[in-house]
Design a protein. Sequence first.
Length: 363
Amino acid sequence: MTDRSHLPISSTPRTTMVGGGSYDQSARHQRTAVALALPLLARAAERVPLPEAGAPFVFVDYGSATGFNTFAPARQILSAVRRRAGTSVPVCVVHNDQADNDFAALFKLVAASPESYTQDATVFPFAVGRSFYGPVVPAGFASLGWSANAVHWLSVTPHAVPGRLMFRRPDGCSDTPFARHAHEDWTRFLAARAAELRRGGELVIVMVEADEAGCSGADHFLDVLTGVLVDAVGAGMLRGEEVARMVVPLYFRTEREVRLPFAARELHGRLVLVEYEHAILDDPLWASFEQTGNNAAFALAHVAWLRGYSENVLFSVLDADRRPEQRGAIADSIYDEVRKRVESRPSDARCSWRLALLRVARC
């Protein structure tokens, strides 16, 4: 591919997750990460101030996708509020994601799933379709915030990444356009939450992190897909310029990068980092594979997980002359080839992630 690393991405990708329930069904990695952070959320729920009489307790999920991964945190919050305040306090659950998120699928799931939090008639679901790198709810509105598997997604892609689908920092280099933009995004995210949280409110965050060398523990997670896309160019299925535009806009911050904004002027005296825990997210799909030894089942589950977060990003930047049905057929073919390769070599798809679990309080 031509070296276009100095150029910005000319087509803005859709970074929302695949709709229609497919993302929720396949997001086992994300659900496992959520479970690891629930103890922090429980501690936050016990400490945040209850609202004044007649006011609602507002729980905001920043980056909720199509909703299923909000259920366990919301049920935990509801249980804590009911234990502390009884049934008189109404609870609002605000699902936030980008405007093109599949909110129709979200509300159907919230209404119909036996795992939903809406069995209680005094719980009210809402949705806000806008980026969490700016205001989501009014100032002083949120009692408790939550964000899982979301803030490592950047608001924009700073530049193309030749030969790869994701940025990897050069050895010994921490000052890059991706790093600078990730810092700006992270600072904006925290500043917006500082405005939205009530005094004494808290925010719990789960994100993939990197060690000081920039390694997340699973930096190969897009390599099989990358190889398939490159081969598709050679076969004439995709154009080189199309694949050159394909970037999954993720950046995994180091602990130093995570902590940096809390000392900045924008957040001084407004937010304090109460807890910072490290965790390892072992591949739940691999754990199932070790029990069954079923290569085909592992490959199907891996591709469903991969497709859930990558399809919109990658195939929304195909050339404008591609008809919708052609885009769909190309995507089907690409992911089916990934499935075949993973079935042949399952170990190439095994992932184990470093996670940062944060609990942040509003001063």
